[in-house]
Design a binder for this molecule. Structure first.
Ligand SMILES: *Cc1c(COP(=O)(O)O)cnc(C)c1O
Length: 378
C-alpha cells in the first residue's frame, strides 16, 4: 500500500515537472527579456522569504544590512566580471532606464562651450544624440542611417578636442554590434544595454559604461553605470542632485531609494554568471548560438539577414522572410513550437531573435527547426 502511494507521488511530481517544462516558452524577446531559470526561481523564493529572514525582499529597508550587502556584492561582481577592479571605476545602480543616462551624460560630461561626439548606429544612439544636443554642441561623428542602420561605420575620424565620445556597442533594434572600437584620446562612453556581460572586451578603454538592466542583466527598473571618477567634475555646471553622478557616487547609489528588487535580481544574475564560469564561458556559448542561427538564415532560401555580415550582433539576430506570403505559416509554426517574442521592432519589421546570455542553445535549435520545417512545407 505505502509503496504504491510512493510510486503515485513520484509519478505525479515527474508529470507535473514535465507539464511545467512544456509551459515555459522559448522567449526571444528583446527586453524585458529572458533571465536564467535559476534566477527566476531564487527571486520568487525571496519575494516570500529572503534567505530565511522572515521578510520579503520587497519589504526590507534599502539601508538594512541585508540589502547593503546585496548591493556591495553586486558592485564587486560587476567590477570582477569586467576586470575593472582597482582601476578608479565606480559602480552605480540608478533609475530612469538607459534613456535617463542619455540626458545625464551630457549634463555631467559636456562642458559649457565644449563639444561632444556621437556615433549614430541606430534608434538608441539617435536618441542619445538628441538629448545631448539640448545641453551643448554635439557633432555626429559618423552615421549608418543611409542604409537603415544595417552596419557599423568604420575608420571614423575623432578630433581630440571633444569633451567625450558616445557610442552604442550593440544595436538592439537593427542587430549590429561593434567588433572593434574606435581609438580615442578623449573619454569614451558606451551604451552596452543589450550586450553587457556577453563577451570579453578590454573594458578599460571605456571611461563610462552603462546598461539598462532589462536586456541581459535583470528586470526593468535599474540601470547599471560603471564610471571612472576622473572624468567627472569638469563642466562648470550646477546640476540638480539627482542628475549629478558625483552625488550618486558620494552616496553609493543610495541618494534616494534604489530599485531594491531590480538590483537584487541583477545580483542573482551576476552570481549566475560566476557559476557559469564567467563571461569568457558565456561568450563561447553565445558565439555558438549565433553561429547556429546565422548559418540557418544564410542556408535557408526563404530567409535573409538584415545586418551586414561583418557587423552582425551576437545578441539580436535580425532577419526577414524573402517572400511575405510565408509570413502567416512561419508565425503559426513559431506559435506551435512555443516560440515567443520573435517579431522584429516596428521600425525594421521582419523578425528579431534576441539570444541573450540566459537563452539556452536548445531554444535556438527549436527556432532553426521551425525555419527548416517551413522550408519543407512550402
Ligand atoms: C533598450 C535600450 C535602451 C533603452 O533603455 P530604457 O531602459 O528603456 O531607457 C537604450 N539603449 C539600448 C542599446 C537599448 O537596447
Amino acid at each position: 500500500m505505502s509503496d504504491s502511494w510512493l510510486i503515485y507521488f513520484v509519478t505525479l511530481s515527474v508529470l507535473l515537472q514535465i507539464e511545467w517544462h512544456t509551459m515555459k516558452k522559448h522567449n526571444f524577446s528583446a527586453g524585458p527579456s529572458i533571465l536564467p531559470q535559476e534566477v527566476f526561481q531564487k527571486a520568487s523564493e525571496s519575494v516570500l522569504d529572503l534567505n530565511q529572514s522572515g521578510l520579503s525582499i520587497l519589504e526590507i529597508s534599502h539601508r538594512s544590512d541585508a540589502f547593503t550587502e546585496i548591493l556591495d556584492q553586486a558592485k564587486a561582481l560587476v567590477l570582477q566580471h569586467l576586470q575593472l577592479e582597482n582601476k578608479g571605476y565606480h559602480v552605480l545602480f540608478l533609475q530612469g532606464g538607459a534613456s535617463m543616462e542619455f540626458c545625464r551624460i551630457p549634463q555631467n560630461l559636456l562642458s559649457v562651450g565644449g563639444t561632444a561626439g556621437y556615433i549614430n548606429t541606430g534608434t538608441w544612439a539617435t536618441n542619445a544624440l538628441h538629448e545631448a544636443k539640448l545641453w551643448g554642441n554635439v557633432i555626429e561623428l559618423a552615421s549608418s542611417a543611409d542604409r537603415n542602420f544595417s552596419y557599423i561605420p568604420k575608420n571614423i575620424y575623432i578630433p581630440s578636442s571633444l569633451d567625450y565620445v558616445h557610442l552604442t556597442s550593440n544595436n538592439t533594434i537593427y542587430g549590429t554590434q561593434y567588433r572593434n572600437f574606435p581609438k580615442v584620446d578623449v573619454p569614451l562612453v558606451c551604451d552596452m544595454s543589450s550586450d553587457i556581460f556577453s563577451r570579453v572586451l578590454d573594458f578599460s578603454v571605456f571611461d563610462m559604461i552603462y546598461a539598462g538592466a532589462q536586456k541581459n542583466l535583470g528586470p526593468a527598473g535599474t540601470t547599471l553605470l560603471v564610471i571612472k571618477e576622473s572624468i567627472l567634475g569638469k563642466t562648470q555646471r550646477t546640476l540638480p542632485s539627482i542628475m549629478d553622478y558625483q552625488k550618486h557616487i558620494a552616496k553609493e547609489s543610495m541618494f534616494n531609494t534604489p530599485a531594491v528588487f531590480s538590483i537584487y535580481v541583477s545580483y542573482l544574475t551576476l552570481q549566475w554568471i560566476t557559476n557559469q564560469g564567467g563571461i569568457s564561458k558565456l561568450e563561447k556559448i553565445n558565439r555558438k548560438k549565433a553561429e547556429i542561427l546565422y548559418n540557418e538564415i544564410d542556408r535557408n532560401p526563404l530567409f535573409e539577414g538584415t545586418a551586414d555580415r561583418a557587423d552582425r550582433s551576437l545578441m539580436n539576430v535580425t532577419f526577414v522572410l524573402k517572400d511575405s506570403q510565408h509570413q502567416q505559416r512561419f508565425e503559426e509554426l513559431c506559435v506551435s513550437a512555443d516560440i515567443s517574442g520573435i517579431k522584429g521592432h516596428r521600425t525594421v519589421g521582419g523578425y528579431r531573435a534576441s539570444i541573450y546570455n540566459a537563452m539556452p542553445i536548445e531554444s535556438v535549435q527549436v527556432l532553426v527547426n521551425v525555419m527548416q520545417e517551413l522550408e519543407q512545407q512550402v
